[in-house]
Design a protein around this ligand. Structure first.
Ligand SMILES: [Zn+2]
Length: 341
């Protein structure tokens, strides 16, 4: 189909990868677990005692061969990105369990019964909040009702509202300055729970690292001219990044902030028109979602539009350069700079 024929553009049949099918999900260790939609907590309470015995609490920083026993302080972080942040502050002074495996879309993740047991028996749970972890909302509320301290960091980090839906945008980790504030909040919460810990000095070091990452990103992006600072992304994940570094989100392949909606034929036709009128050279996809739809759109431009995969919702594999929040932010900035200059 010629590019000019955008009015006739039809959604390709290739769908992005869907999350777990109703009825079954695969947990962090590849174990299939039945899902009952809605409140599963009666079942979960029964399994809690059993599950916690096999719970995968690990030392955040286990220095020598894993022989050290985990301290009797249980901290849970929902995403791998939050796990990196919280782990930097926790050091080896508490055990830390990370719920959502790397490579998994946090919007769609459902916990296993064993992980719910870990939440219900934790001392502190750090979540992103702002409706990122949609599959955890009931479980976290239940944990709070049972006395577990749940901290939804995003709530305290000056959240942005999506300009279309007016709903809070959950993707706050893609702004290192907000996350530096988040690191200090993590230390304050840990200090309030366990005043004898050395949380604040580790937090100060890591917050300083994130502030340095911010300066490096500014430097990396500086060659991009103002008129090229336009982003088309897979779903609406980069708004905090765009706000911090002076970019405009001119379109998304998937509508909405959660990535859980499907674009209509009219949405896709409008996006093709926008890419052409704004002269956008790249569509930024993400490691947790299929790039198939973005590639179909880029094909409309006969090679004139690149498809560039970023890490947005999850850390990358070890050695990828995006396996920490700092690395993720720096590598995304580098890829954006290369695509837009
Ligand atoms: Zn997202």
């Amino acid at each position: 189909m010629p590019v000019s024929d955008v009015g006739a553009f039809r959604p390709p049949r290739t769908r992005r990868r869907r999350g777990p099918e109703a009825g079954i999900w695969i947990d962090a260790v590849g174990e299939a677990t039945p899902v009952v939609r809605g409140r599963r907590l009666a079942l979960l309470r029964i399994t809690a005692t059993i599950g916690v015995l096999g719970s995968a609490f690990v030392l955040a920083a286990c220095g020598s061969g894993g022989t050290q026993e985990a301290p009797d302080r249980r901290v849970v972080a929902t995403t791998g990105i939050l796990g990196d942040v919280v782990g930097q502050v926790v050091g080896d002074e508490a055990s830390l369990e990370i719920l959502i495996p790397n490579g998994t879309d946090p919007h769609e993740y459902r916990t296993s019964a064993q992980q719910v047991a870990a939440i219900l028996t934790a001392d502190l749970v750090f979540a992103n909040g702002l409706s990122l972890e949609e599959g955890l909302i009931d479980v976290l509320a239940e944990a709070e009702a049972e006395g577990v301290r749940v901290i939804r960091l995003g709530d305290s980090l000056d959240p942005l509202a999506n300009p279309v839906t007016n709903a809070p945008d959950p993707h706050v980790w893609l702004d290192p300055i907000r996350m530096a504030d988040g690191v200090r909040l993590v230390a304050a919460e840990l200090g309030s729970q366990w005043p004898d810990g050395d949380w604040s000095s580790r937090a100060a070091r890591y917050a300083s690292e994130l502030e340095q990452v911010h300066l490096e990103i500014v430097d990396t992006l500086s060659p991009i001219p103002l008129e090229r600072r336009k982003l088309v992304t897979n779903h609406d994940a980069l708004r905090y990044f765009a706000d911090r570094y002076g970019f405009e989100i001119v379109g998304t392949v998937i509508p909405g902030t959660s990535g859980l909606s499907d674009p209509s034929s009219a949405d896709l036709s409008a996006l093709v028109a926008t890419i052409r009128s704004e002269d956008v050279p790249a569509i930024f996809t993400e490691s947790t979602e299929s790039s198939a739809l973005a590639r179909e759109l880029a094909d409309e431009f006969s090679g004139g539009v690149a498809v560039v995969e970023l890490h947005t919702g999850s850390l990358g594999e070890p050695g990828s350069g995006a396996d920490t929040l700092s690395g993720l932010l720096l590598s995304d900035a580098q890829l954006i700079a290369e695509a837009l200059t």
